[in-house]
Design a binder for this molecule. Sequence first.
Ligand code: SF4
Length: 206
Amino acid sequence: MLRDALAEVWRPTAYVDSMAAEHYRTRSEPALRRFYEREVSTLSRAADFEVGFTLELDPRDGAEPVRFTGFIDRIDRLPDGSIEIIDYKTGRPKTQYQVDSDEQLTAYALTVREGAVRDPDTGERLPRASRLTLYFTETDQAISTTRTDEELDAYRDKVLALAARIRSGHFAATPTSSRCRSCDYRRICPSRWGEVRTKASTGCGS
Ligand code: SF4
């Protein structure tokens, strides 16, 4: 069934060239097998899949709520009654350090804590997530982390500050070496990393 599903959506032209397409096609087969085996063995504890949500954050300044939408790949029930949030990833696994600071997982944990996700069986608010996991399908690696209330509060404040900037029309570029290196607009962007510094050091303002 998984093979058929993949064949149905497979678009070789979505890749840079036919070699790249073949490379990913070859990697998909073992990844699908591992995914299937892991899913079957843990299916009994799954509470829900592909859970859509809209989280409303109150800016507390009289402005409209900030709405945050997304989908959580999978939510599991743990034996102690708490829940685990799981997000599936392709590609190279992240380090524990990167997972500990992964903002997507933080957003999901905040969403559940704020009651924006309901239990599919009872309709009640889900309990907070005691475990957050990124599951890397190609290497069959699950890396878990947690978030404290303080970390979730800090993330909520960060999102609200970002939304306030967007609403005020403040879109100043924030170049960094790593961000600009992989940006599609780096050839034409006047704010790209290195550009401003070079002009400043040469005195060139054009
Ligand atoms: S190249 Fe420009 S648009 Fe791209 S990340 Fe850097 S500053 Fe942003």
